[in-house]
Design a protein around this ligand. Structure first.
Ligand code: TEU
Length: 588
C-alpha cells in the first residue's frame, strides 16, 4: 500500500460553533469555547476537527450565507481567536479543516452588492442573472421550473435592474457564476488561499457538485403536480465543467498538502463519484454520498414522508453502495451517519426510548466505526444525543428549511389539522434542528453549554438530565461515549481490516440483522460485525465461510451480559442476539 496520506486513517470530529461551547455566556457557542474543549476531543481518539462556517454572515442559513470569507462572525470571536484555535490544534498534533461554502455567497457580500447595482457593473457576471419569461397572459415568469432546496423557485426577481438571479438555496444565497474566470479566481483567493495561509489543513466543501450549471438551464421533469417548482437536483448537479473547476481547486490544495471532502448529493451514478474521488483523477480526496442519510426521507420532497418509512434492506444497500468505492479502484470513501443537516441517528435508525437508546446508540457506533474510509463523527453523536422531545412546540425549531417547510404546509393545508400534523411529525423525525441543539456537557441547567441564567440560542434537550451528557458518560464504563472511545482505538489497531479493508455484506436478505465482514488486504485477517436492528431477539447468521470456534470477541454493546455466553458459540444460546445487540469478532 505504501505510505498513506494523513487523512485516510484520521477520525474527524465535526463542530457546529453556535451549539458547541459558549465561553462568554451570551447564549451562543464560540471559537474560544472550541479551544477550551480540544483536550476532550483529543481524548476521544480524534485527529482532526472540522469547524462549520464561522465566517461573517447575516445567518439566514446559520453561516452558510457568507458575507466576508476573510472575517469571523463577531459572536463567535475574532480572527485572533481563529489563529489561537489553529495553533492549539497543531500544538496537540491534531489538524483542522474549515467549511468551504462557495456555490453561493450571502446577498450581503460586497461582490453581490456590486453585481446587483447595475447591468454594466464589472461584477454583474459574477452571479447568474437572467431576463424574465412571459407566459401567454403576459405574466412575468422565472427562466425555469427549478425548485430551491429550501422551497419555492430558485429565481429571485430584482426590481432594480429588472432581472432574475439564481439561488439554489435561500434568496439570500445567490449562486456564484463559476463560468466567470474573475469570480472563480476571487473565490479561490478569498475563501481558500487566505485560510490555507493561516494554517488550516483542508476543507469540507459544501455542495461540491453544483458549481457547473447545465448549459441553457433546462427545465426539470415534472414530479410533483401540486406545484410549479420541481426538484431539479439531478439537472443542476455534476454539470459539464465540474472536473475543470475541481482540478483547479485541487491544484491549490495540493500546494498545502491540504485535504478535501466534498458534499456530493444527487449523484446516483457510481462512475461519476469515482471520477471525483479516484486518486488518479486528482479532484477530491473523498466525498459524502447521501445514500445512508437519505434512507427514509420523502421521495418528492424531504419531509413528505411518514416517520420510519424504510427497511433494513434500504440501509444495507446504502452502505454497500458507498463501501464499494474502496475495492477495485483507487478511490476513497467516508463513513458517517450524522451531521448538522441530519436528525439524530439513534432517533432515526435506532430506538431513542429510555430502554434502548444507549444500546442502539452503541450498536450504531460499532457499525459506522467499522466501515472503510475516513470516519466522521458529529458533535454529540459520541454521547448518543437524540432528537428534541416530540412535545416541544414548533417555536423551538429555528432552521430556515424547517420554517419554510412548515410555512408551506400552513399555506397549502390551512386548517386541515391532519395534514399539518403529518408535516409536524416529519419535522419531529427529520428536521435539521435536532442536530443543532446545544452540546450536552453535564446534567446541570443548560447542560453547561452556557451559564445557568442564560437563555441559549436553542433550547437544551432535556435528555441532558437523563444521563445523555459528557460528564456522566465519562464516569460510566458502559456508556455510548466509552464505546466510541474503544472503537476508535480498535480502528487504529485493526486499521488494515476496519479502515482499508474490503467490505462484504453477508446474510444480505436477513430483515433484522445487518452483518458484514471486513478483510485486510495485507494479512487476510477478518472482522465480522453483526448488528441486530430490532427490538426483539434475533440470531447470529450462520456463515459457512467463517469458523466461529476461532472467533475472538473484540467488542460488544452489552458487556454487562457475561462474555462466556458469547464465546461458547457452539450452543444455540450463544447465537442468540438480544434486542439491538451488536458484536464484532476477529478471525486471525
Ligand atoms: O447542504 C447542501 C445540501 O445538499 C442540502 O440540500 C441538504 O440536503 C439539506 O440541508 C437538507 O435539508 C449544505 C449545508 O450542509 C447546509 O447546511 C446548507 O444549508 C446548504 O449547503 C447551503 O449552503
Amino acid at each position: 500500500i505504501g505510505r498513506q496520506p494523513w487523512w485516510k486513517e484520521a477520525t474527524i470530529y465535526q463542530i457546529y460553533p453556535a451549539s458547541f461551547n459558549d465561553s462568554n455566556n451570551d447564549g451562543v457557542g464560540d471559537i474560544p469555547g472550541i479551544t477550551q474543549k480540544l483536550d476532550y476531543i483529543q481524548s476521544l481518539g480524534v485527529d482532526v476537527i472540522w469547524v462549520c462556517p464561522m465566517y461573517a454572515s447575516p445567518q439566514v442559513d446559520m453561516g452558510y450565507d457568507i458575507s466576508d470569507y476573510e472575517a469571523v462572525y463577531p459572536p463567535y470571536g475574532t480572527l485572533e481567536d481563529m489563529n489561537t484555535l489553529i495553533r492549539e490544534v497543531h500544538v496537540r498534533g491534531m489538524k483542522i479543516i474549515l467549511d468551504l461554502v462557495i456555490n453561493h455567497t450571502s446577498d450581503q457580500h460586497k461582490w453581490f452588492q456590486e453585481s446587483r447595482s447595475s447591468k454594466t457593473n464589472p461584477k454583474r457576471d459574477w452571479y447568474i442573472w437572467r431576463p424574465a419569461k412571459y407566459d401567454s397572459n403576459g405574466t412575468r415568469q422565472p427562466p425555469n421550473n427549478w425548485r430551491s432546496n429550501f422551497g419555492g423557485s430558485v429565481w429571485q426577481w430584482d426590481g432594480l435592474t429588472e432581472e432574475y438571479y439564481l439561488h439554489l438555496f435561500c434568496p439570500e444565497q445567490p449562486d456564484i457564476n463559476f463560468e466567470c474566470d474573475a469570480a472563480r479566481q476571487a473565490v479561490y483567493q478569498s475563501a481558500m488561499i487566505s485560510w490555507l495561509e493561516r494554517g488550516v489543513d483542508g476543507f469540507r466543501i459544501d455542495t461540491v457538485n453544483m458549481y457547473s450549471k447545465p448549459p441553457g438551464l433546462p427545465d426539470a421533469p415534472v414530479k410533483d403536480v401540486t406545484t410549479p417548482w420541481q426538484d431539479a437536483g439531478l439537472v443542476y448537479c455534476n454539470g459539464p465543467r465540474m472536473d475543470e473547476y475541481l482540478g483547479e481547486m485541487n491544484a491549490i490544495l495540493s500546494r498545502y498538502d491540504a485535504m478535501s471532502v466534498g458534499e456530493c448529493p444527487n449523484t446516483p451514478d457510481p462512475a461519476r463519484v469515482i471520477g471525483y474521488v479516484s486518486a488518479k483523477a486528482a479532484k477530491l480526496n473523498m466525498v459524502f454520498q447521501f445514500d445512508s442519510v437519505d434512507v427514509g426521507i420523502g421521495k418528492i420532497s424531504r419531509y413528505a414522508t411518514a416517520p420510519f418509512n424504510y427497511t433494513l434492506g434500504d440501509i444495507k444497500s446504502a452502505i454497500c453502495r458507498t463501501q464499494s468505492l474502496i475495492g477495485e479502484t483507487d478511490a476513497w470513501t467516508t463513513s458517517f451517519i450524522e451531521n448538522h443537516d441530519q436528525a439524530r441517528s439513534i432517533s432515526r435508525f435506532g430506538d431513542d426510548s429510555p430502554r434502548w437508546r444507549t444500546r442502539s446508540g452503541k450498536m450504531l457506533a460499532m457499525l459506522f466505526a467499522s466501515l472503510s474510509g475516513t470516519l466522521f463523527i458529529y458533535q454529540g453523536q459520541e454521547i448518543g444525543m437524540i432528537n428534541m422531545p416530540v412535545d416541544w412546540p414548533i417555536e423551538e425549531y429555528k432552521d430556515v428549511d424547517s420554517m419554510n417547510c412548515y410555512a408551506e404546509a400552513l399555506q397549502k393545508h390551512g386548517q386541515d389539522l391532519t395534514a399539518l400534523a403529518h408535516t409536524r411529525a416529519a419535522l419531529q423525525h427529520l428536521s435539521r434542528d435536532h442536530a443543532r441543539t446545544p452540546m450536552q456537557w453535564t446534567s446541570r441547567v443548560n447542560a453547561d453549554f452556557t451559564g445557568e441564567d442564560v437563555t441559549p440560542w436553542m433550547r437544551v434537550n432535556t435528555s441532558a438530565q437523563d444521563g445523555i451528557n459528557v460528564s456522566d458518560e465519562l464516569d460510566d464504563e458502559s456508556s455510548v461515549l466509552n464505546l466510541w472511545r474503544g472503537m476508535l482505538e480498535l480502528r487504529q489497531k485493526f486499521s488494515g481490516e476496519l479502515i482499508h479493508g474490503t467490505f462484504e455484506m453477508v446474510d444480505q436478505s436477513n430483515p433484522d440483522v445487518l452483518s458484514f465482514v471486513k478483510t485486510s488486504r495485507e494479512t487476510g485477517s477478518k472482522i465480522l460485525v453483526v448488528c441486530n436492528f430490532s427490538d426483539s431477539d434475533s440470531r447470529l447468521p450462520l456463515l459457512k465461510s467463517l469458523n466461529m470456534s476461532q472467533a475472538e470477541l473484540l467488542c460488544d454493546n452489552i458487556p454487562e451480559v457475561d462474555t462466556p455466553r458469547k464465546e461458547a458459540r457452539n450452543d444455540s444460546e450463544a447465537s442468540l442476539l438480544q434486542p439491538w445487540e451488536s458484536r464484532a469478532y476477529l478471525f486471525c
